[in-house]
Design a protein around this ligand. Structure first.
Ligand code: NAD
Length: 487
């Protein structure tokens, strides 16, 4: 089998298998070919991952931060040196085109490890003068963290969770999505090669039940989930039972607002990037594109022209700009939304169907699709589709578009395209979203916090902000004289 790892899980520095676990087949969605056969974790596997993680965490937290940082930065270097091989695996795991995976996956994981490796030495407390006495705070690790991943960015998600967790002195058990279980194993291998103690970053495979068992495990201190809102609600509730820390990176239905004074060509670039990159399978995508009525038809015409030139094909071909969806099951879900769009009366501008490509007839392809004249109440404008399906709505009034943009349970991202500086900042200030862009879309450098508001999430990944979610503050009062007491 093309991408069969040595074994399903990576625990305590080595690959381990327990064939008693449920079978988990990995399918390359461009062809439908089974590329690896794994097993879901059994209770014995989960227990050994937890034990080894706790042991490693004690050793790791006792190291000088500069040494911890060095391991993470070394891992970043190894990832960069192996980018080609890791990108090919990412493509096999997800179906995303190699053109993307070479620049957006392992590399962004490396950036994250490098960033948190760099700031590991700066995770400090405060000194608080109190007159005669004083206090200080320590930023301490939480302990053993669990990371649970979605399937769209398997390497990046593993690194976005591992890097801040480890920099702060925690250990992590990572459960990849059952749809894309391969890449996180490489991250685990590389961390060991970089000098991390055995058990610091363990990977266990499995479906939702394995995720749930990890969340509920009494020796787990924190859970960071990337996934859908319904899963987030379950994981948050389970974590609450144990009063555990959480980070929730969930879904979205984000607005991308194009005013009539915008650079139209640039706004089209943003709308295409924010709907078609990774076949539209990105949580922060700007799937509700609000275009000012005065420029709408011009916008749609050029958008249509440019969308028709997207090269769809074999993900391993560097010329391919769009690959298949992650799986055939997911394609069925997206296809149902394509039907819903037409049924609800949206105007189909481009695409609208599944695709059968010569030589790749068994692949999970859909056409990049644009619906215009979409109204706020249509299913395609309300629900997260997670495919290459752009909904174009129109507006004339600023106040009105802000209200409509905010009229969703989600609040992950938002963008404004305008040449009016004041308007850009005024509108961004009113949008209920955690991650925003002005005249750009979906740029998520590690230096910038990433996360959502409302049902899109709790907590932040990346940047210094992530440190708050992987540490806890210990306050220490220091008496410089005798204790005062009324007794
Ligand atoms: P999902 O919610 O189906 O699964 C996510 C993960 O949770 C998987 O690993 C799954 O096995 C696990 N899981 C399922 N049930 C569980 C339970 N009861 N307890 C513990 N773990 C459980 O999501 P998906 O289909 O893999 O990914 C797509 C979703 O992820 C979309 O909604 C997308 O917006 C979201 N996403 C969000 C971000 C972000 O950063 N905000 C990034 C990528 C994807």
């Amino acid at each position: 089998m093309r991408a069969q790892p040595e074994a399903s899980h990576f625990i305590d520095g080595a690959y381990v298998e327990d064939p008693a676990g449920a079978a988990l087949d990995v399918v390359y969605s461009a062809t439908g070919e089974t590329i690896a056969r794994l097993h879901s974790a059994t209770p014995a596997i989960i227990d050994s991952a937890v034990k080894s993680g706790r042991r490693a965490q004690r050793e790791w937290a006792a190291l000088a931060p500069v040494e911890r940082g060095r391991v993470l930065r070394r891992a970043a270097d190894i990832i960069r040196a192996r980018n080609r091989e890791l990108s090919e695996l990412e493509t096999l795991d997800t179906g995303k085109p190699i053109q993307e995976t070479l620049v957006a996956d392992a590399t962004s994981g490396a950036d994250c490890l490098e960033f948190f490796g760099g700031i590991a030495t700066t995770i400090n407390g405060e000194t608080i003068p109190l007159g005669r006495d004083w206090a200080y705070t320590r930023r301490e690790a939480l302990g053993l963290c669990v990371g649970i991943g979605a399937w769209n960015y398997p390497t990046q998600i593993a690194c976005w969770k591992a890097a801040p967790a480890l920099a702060c002195g925690n250990a992590m058990i990572f459960k990849p999505s059952e749809v894309t279980p391969l890449c996180a194993l490489k991250v685990a291998e590389i961390l060991i090669e970089a000098g991390a103690p055995k058990g610091l970053f363990n990977v266990v495979q499995g479906f939702g039940d394995v995720g749930a068992a990890l969340v509920e495990h009494p020796l787990v201190d924190k859970v960071s989930l990337t996934g859908s809102v319904p899963t987030g609600a379950k994981v948050y509730a389970a974590a609450a039972k144990g009063i555990k820390h959480v980070t929730m990176e969930l879904g979205g239905k984000s607005p991308l607002i194009v005013f009539d004074d915008a650079d139209v060509e640039n706004a089209i670039s943003g709308a295409m990037l924010g709907n078609f990159y990774s076949s539209g399978q990105i949580c922060s995508n700007g799937t509700r594109v609000f275009v000012h009525k005065a420029i709408k038809e011009r916008f749609l015409e050029r958008l249509g022209e440019r969308t028709r030139t997207i090269v769809i094909g074999d993900p391993m071909d560097e010329a391919t700009q769009m690959g298949p969806l992650v799986s055939h099951d997911h394609r069925e879900k997206v296809a149902a939304y394509l039907e819903a769009g037409t049924r609800d009366g949206a105007r189909l501008v481009v695409g609208g169907s599944t695709l059968s490509l010569p030589g790749l007839e068994t692949g999970a392809y859909v056409e990049p699709t644009i619906f215009a004249d979409v109204s706020d109440d249509m299913t395609i404008a309300r629900e997260e589709i997670f495919g290459p399906v752009m909904c174009v709505l129109d507006f004339t009034d600023e106040e009105d578009v802000v209200e409509r943009a905010n009229g969703t349970e989600f609040g992950l991202s938002a963008a404004v395209y305008t040449s009016d500086l004041e308007r850009a900042h005024r509108v961004i200030g009113k949008l209920a979203a955690g991650t925003c862009w002005i005249n750009a879309y979906n740029l998520t450098p590690v230096e910038m916090p990433f996360g959502g508001v409302k049902r899109s999430g709790v907590g932040r990944e990346n940047a210094r902000a992530a440190v708050d979610f992987y540490t806890q503050v210990k306050s220490v009062y220091v008496a410089m004289g005798p204790q005062e007491t009324p007794y």
